[in-house]
Design a protein around this ligand. Structure first.
Ligand code: SF4
Length: 381
């Protein structure tokens, strides 16, 4: 907790959030001279396209406030030009206390504070309402779209309430997605095996050069083992794969670490994706991280969804390599490509999800059509 407190130079609490459990915890934990009660979002004059400096500062200013909109949204991958799965996102805040060079929040965040939403009960009510209509469908809900699911969870403790809620939603799956190793706060909660704890992982060389302030690869794998040992299904996202001269041996090593420490039955799914970002993000990445990293120097090209990606032949080579490593370790590993174009899916034919018995439920289009009403608020990262 001390490490987390040290990340924030200033804490703002909206007056309407003062009664919330998270605000009470913050008031107990942070020195009173670093906390300010406000009537409105602080630093509002900076709202809009943030400069690199403002974006940097936004990671050190914590703001607790109620969220005024709808908490649930369809996954941004579900749009023309991309194959994706029936995934919903539940945003319980915005911005991240960690600092990856490729982070898409750099092209998305437009206010200068890291916000935690305090009206968590409203999110739970939305969840219950949605369950009335869609309780019999197989739905996956993730909390790690615009804020890491767990890095601030020791402060919010939202994971515990969500785990409890999902015990009553047996057909649904909740996914916590993180690059932290913060699992102590929920690990002993009773669960119904429908809460997946997942880690974005990369070789340690990439963690060192591109994923600042995150847990080391070893810490992430150790946290995953602890969750597995408590009966939680775990998942891994080898995403974004980043080209560097030793990429083949480093990703081989990463796959070996996973396959030697976990069995296919213990890992719900492994998704694989490659570096991609909006063209306008490149300027901010270079301003913030210079030209030394593998991301800011990457040779990338526009793809059909407008994002910059490695050329297709390289992406295919990278995916084939990782998929091949898993297949060689054991045929039962459930690996799929995430946020990829149909051409890339087709080039790795065995992994087209609709043809893969282990994955096709995740991509059930009937479920997607049923959820059309919920899809109107899709965000575009
Ligand atoms: S952990 Fe995720 S949200 Fe946080 S900086 Fe890295 S990529 Fe962005």
């Amino acid at each position: 907790m001390e490490e987390l407190k040290a990340k924030f130079s200033r804490v703002y609490i909206h007056k309407d959030s003062l009664g919330s459990a998270v605000a009470k915890r913050v008031l107990e934990l942070f020195p009173s001279d670093s906390v300010q009660v406000v009537n409105d979002q602080p630093l509002k004059e900076k709202n809009g396209r943030l400069s690199a400096e403002d974006f940097e500062a936004s990671k050190r200013a914590l703001y607790l406030a109620p969220f005024k909109g709808q908490f649930f949204k369809r996954c941004p991958g579900a749009r023309p030009g991309l194959l994706c799965c029936n995934y919903f996102v539940l945003n319980l805040g915005q911005q991240c206390d960690m600092n990856c060079s490729y982070c898409y929040l750099q092209s998305f965040i437009n206010n200068p504070v890291l916000t935690i939403y305090t009206n968590f009960d409203q999110a739970l009510n939305e969840l219950k309402e949605m369950h009335k209509d869609l309780g019999s469908s197989r739905i996956r809900v993730g909390t790690g779209e615009v804020i890491d699911s767990l890095s601030l969870d020791e402060l919010t403790l939202y994971s515990k309430s969500l785990i409890e809620a999902f015990r009553h939603f047996p057909n649904w799956t909740l996914e916590f997605k993180t690059k932290s190793a913060k699992v102590d706060q929920f690990i002993s909660c009773e669960h119904s095996k429908n809460v997946i704890v997942s880690w974005s992982v990369n070789p340690q060389a990439i963690v060192d050069s591109e994923e600042y302030g995150t847990a080391s690869l070893e810490e992430r794998l150790r946290a995953a083992e602890r969750c597995r040992d408590q009966g939680y299904p775990v998942a891994f996202h080898i995403d974004p794969m980043i080209w560097h001269p030793e990429w083949k041996s480093n990703y081989t090593d990463l796959v070996e670490k996973i396959t030697q420490r976990f069995r296919p039955t213990q890992v719900a799914v492994i998704s694989v994706g490659a570096l991609r970002f909006q063209p306008e993000q490149r300027i901010m990445m270079r301003e913030r991280f210079g030209m030394k990293g593998w991301v800011t120097r990457a040779e990338v090209y526009p793809s059909q969804d407008g994002k910059l990606r490695y050329d297709q032949a390289l992406r295919r080579e990278m995916f084939d390599h990782v998929l091949g490593q898993f297949r060689a370790a054991h045929p039962d590993w459930r690996v799929f490509l995430c946020m990829e174009t149909p051409e890339t899916w087709i080039s790795t034919t065995e992994q087209i999800p609709h043809r893969n018995p282990g994955l096709k439920d995740l991509f059930d289009t009937k479920v997607l059509h049923q959820h059309r009403n919920w899809s109107q608020n899709t965000t575009t990262p």
